[in-house]
Design a protein around this ligand. Structure first.
Ligand code: CMP
Length: 225
């Protein structure tokens, strides 16, 4: 079961099955219920996590209790590498937004792997570059766009993280809660609701429960970027 998952992890994509088996044996398995806190900002960090099932949000919270969501990670993604790499405390909170299952790898085992398989470091750098790009887009969105465009930008980010294409349409199977969308877009739940009403009225989005279909994704992206 871990091998099936490890094959999907971009970080480990260059490894042979035998190596993946070793990683599976080194790692421990943990379950988290929806809403439970997995890591807290400013704690010491000693392990790397790989998402076997579910989704987590990466966030920071202001002194007033306001949350900003930096990223949403899904099955096959990893987190917790930053404090392992530079020895600082955890840079953000990590919370399960669905019932989630994780594999945990200890610091020493992670470093041994990086030393014995240099191609893993390249995979890691590629993923970190992708995350910086996403953060750059989010900084631009939060500082330069109006609230409705910021909601659109959060939707576009969700498509880029894990949307599926069917018959030329983009589909997000499980939209995060309205509050989480608001915290991604730096706005209120009311504005998220107003923005979705507008996207639906304009014919860009069809909503079916927590699934959305974006009919004209390229036009939507162009209009709200
Ligand atoms: P670490 O600092 O150990 O613990 C929190 C984790 O959240 C961090 O490692 C990264 O894995 C993850 N993280 C922090 N910031 C971002 C971001 N902007 N995008 C994606 N993941 C992040």
């Amino acid at each position: 079961m871990e091998i099936r998952l490890l094959k999907k992890v971009t970080l480990f994509k260059s490894l042979e099955e035998k190596e993946l088996e070793k990683i599976a044996n080194l790692s421990s398995f943990h379950k988290y219920k929806k809403e439970s806190i997995i890591l807290m900002e400013a704690e010491a960090g000693n392990s790397l996590f790989i998402i076997s099932k579910g989704r987590v949000k990466i966030s920071r919270i202001s002194d007033e209790g306001k949350e900003v969501i930096l990223a949403i990670l899904k099955e096959g993604d990893f987190f917790g590498e930053m404090s392992l790499l530079n020895g600082h405390v955890r840079s953000a909170n990590v919370t399960a937004i669905e019932d989630s299952e994780l594999l945990m790898l200890k610091r020493n085992d992670f470093f041994n792997l990086l030393h014995s398989h240099p191609e893993l470091s390249i995979n890691l750098l590629k993923e970190l570059a992708k995350r910086i790009r996403m953060s750059d887009t989010q900084i631009k969105s939060l500082s330069l766009l109006d609230a409705v465009s910021r909601v659109a930008s959060a939707v576009i980010q969700l498509v880029e993280i894990g949307g599926t294409i069917r018959e030329g349409k983009m589909i997000i199977e499980k939209l995060p809660s309205q509050q989480d969308l608001a915290n991604m877009a730096g706005t209120s739940r009311e504005t998220v609701s107003r923005a979705f009403k507008l996207f639906i009225e304009e014919g860009y989005i069809v909503k079916k429960g927590d699934k959305i279909v974006i009919e004209k994704f390229e036009k939507f992206k162009h209009l709200y970027k």
